[in-house]
Each structure stands twice: as structure tokens, then as C-alpha cells.
Design a protein around this ligand. Structure first.
Ligand SMILES: NC(=O)c1ccc[n+]([C@@H]2O[C@H](COP(=O)([O-])OP(=O)(O)OC[C@H]3O[C@@H](n4cnc5c(N)ncnc54)[C@H](OP(=O)(O)O)[C@@H]3O)[C@@H](O)[C@H]2O)c1
Length: 222
């Protein structure tokens, strides 16, 4: 049984992570801003009031009894936002916000919880193929693409920096998933996405740490 922490746990892919970890018998700490009815129904431990872009909220998370109680085997940085900007509407505030949530959020949470990671441990960062420079053939989406490219870089640095404490890091693309973020459009359900992501996490180790994986197992180009 692993002790697992998931951010953005109240809905979408994060909620599904909690559901599947719980189903396989793991001990789940669901971190969110506000718990949903579906999350409460899962019967997992919930830490509410955590905006991953807030330094004080992340510090509060690190001090939470649920976190301090026992070492963490798996940390899933899943919380994220998507907004659209293009050259006609270059909303810099929106771009900044995506950096704060999508890039700095996972870095701050991992930094704050690193002392509570077990040895060995696994850290998953739910990023996006939209952050792949090599895969960008359609442009636009400045804030989302840039913030996910930045978190990919943070993930590779974390993979190097956490090696000594035996924590492996995976950059995880969930696929095009039907959630609120996509207006429930997508190629796959969250259940299929997370089943694949759990297989990627099961295969994660210190040798392949820092890899950028599609949920289907494909290694994605940076
Ligand atoms: N769906 C896709 O096709 C797709 C594709 C590639 C990557 N992803 C990535 O997958 C992850 C999960 O997305 P999703 O599809 O499940 O989207 P979602 O349904 O919109 O869920 C996003 C989650 O992130 C949380 N969140 C947003 N801003 C936050 C903040 N500042 N602090 C704490 N929590 C925050 C949300 O909580 P609130 O309810 O409090 O807002 C929610 O729990 C994201 O990182 C996303 O970029 C998704």
C-alpha cells in the first residue's frame, strides 16, 4: 500500500487518480481548493484550501497533519488551468496566471513536500503535449504551451536533484481527456487516461526518471 498525495483532486483527472489509487488499496490524500461531493464520496483523506499558486497555501499544506503523519510514496502534481491567448488577444495576466499554476505550482508543491517523500518515492507531474516544442505545429495558446514547457524543464531538473533521495520524476501527458478543461470534449475518458498514467508510474524508476510520457506509453519529444 502506497501513501499518495494528489493535487487538483476535486474533479477531472485528479479525482480519477484518487478513485483509482483508492481502488487499488492505496492511502490517498486528496488536495484541493474546495472538495466536491464526488471527492467526499470516495472516503479518502482531504486537505482543502490549497491553491497551488499560493506560497502560503503550499506552506500550510506541508504543515498539514495528513502530510506530516507519514512519508509520501507518490506525489501527483495534477492541478492546472488552461486559458487561450493568441496574437490578437495577448492577455499577459492570463499568461502569468498559467505560469503560476502550471509551472510554479508543481515546483512549489514538490519543493515543500520533498522532506516528506519516502525513499524510494515517485513524483508525477501532469503536463501536456501542448508543452512540447517539437510537437507545436499549430501555434497560439501562449500561456498554456509556455507554462507546460516550463514545467517540463522543472521536472527534468527535479529528476536530477531528487535522485540522491531516491525520488523518480515522470512528466505525464494524459491524452486528450473529456473533462471540464476541454468542455468535455476529448478522445478518452478520465478513467482510461488514469489507467494508463498509473501504468507509467508503476514503470517509473531512477533510471528512466525525467521521461516525458504519453498515457499510452509513447515517449514524447521535448
Ligand atoms: N483534459 C485534457 O485533455 C488534458 C490534456 C493535457 C493535460 N491536461 C492536464 O491535466 C491536469 C488536470 O486537468 P483536467 O483535465 O482534469 O482539468 P479540470 O477538470 O479543469 O481540473 C483541473 C483541476 O485543477 C485544479 N486547479 C486549478 N487551478 C488550481 C489552483 N490554482 N490551485 C489548486 N488547484 C487548482 C482544479 O480545481 P478547482 O475546481 O478549484 O478549479 C481542478 O481540480 C491539468 O494539469 C491539465 O493541464 C489535461
Amino acid at each position: 500500500m502506497a501513501r499518495v498525495v494528489v493535487t487538483g483532486a476535486n474533479r477531472g483527472i485528479g479525482l480519477e487518480f484518487c478513485r483509482q489509487f483508492k481502488k487499488r488499496g492505496d492511502d490517498v490524500i486528496a488536495v484541493c481548493r474546495t472538495a466536491s461531493a464526488e471527492l467526499k464520496e470516495l472516503g479518502v483523506e482531504i486537505v482543502e484550501g490549497v491553491d497551488v499558486s499560493s506560497e502560503s497555501d503550499v506552506a500550510k499544506l506541508a504543515r498539514a497533519p495528513a502530510i506530516q503523519k507519514q512519508k509520501i510514496d507518490i506525489l501527483i502534481n495534477n492541478a492546472g488551468i488552461l486559458r487561450s491567448e493568441n496574437l490578437q488577444n495577448l492577455d499577459l495576466e492570463s499568461i502569468r496566471k498559467q505560469f503560476e499554476v502550471n509551472s510554479l505550482g508543481p515546483l512549489m508543491v514538490t519543493h515543500a513536500l520533498r522532506g516528506q517523500l519516502a525513499a524510494p518515492a515517485k513524483v508525477g507531474i501532469v503536463t501536456s503535449r501542448m508543452g512540447s516544442v517539437a510537437d507545436n505545429t499549430s501555434g497560439g495558446m501562449y500561456g498554456y504551451r509556455m507554462s507546460k514547457a516550463a514545467v517540463n524543464m522543472a521536472g527534468v531538473s527535479l529528476a536530477q536533484d531528487l535522485k540522491d533521495q531516491q525520488a523518480a520524476v515522470a512528466l505525464l501527458h494524459p491524452g486528450y481527456v473529456k473533462t471540464e478543461m476541454t468542455g468535455n470534449n476529448g478522445m478518452i475518458e478520465a478513467s482510461e487516461s488514469v489507467t494508463g498514467l498509473l501504468a507509467r508510474l508503476d514503470a517509473l524508476n531512477l533510471e528512466n526518471s525525467g521521461t516525458f510520457w504519453h498515457t499510452n506509453g509513447e515517449v514524447l519529444p521535448w
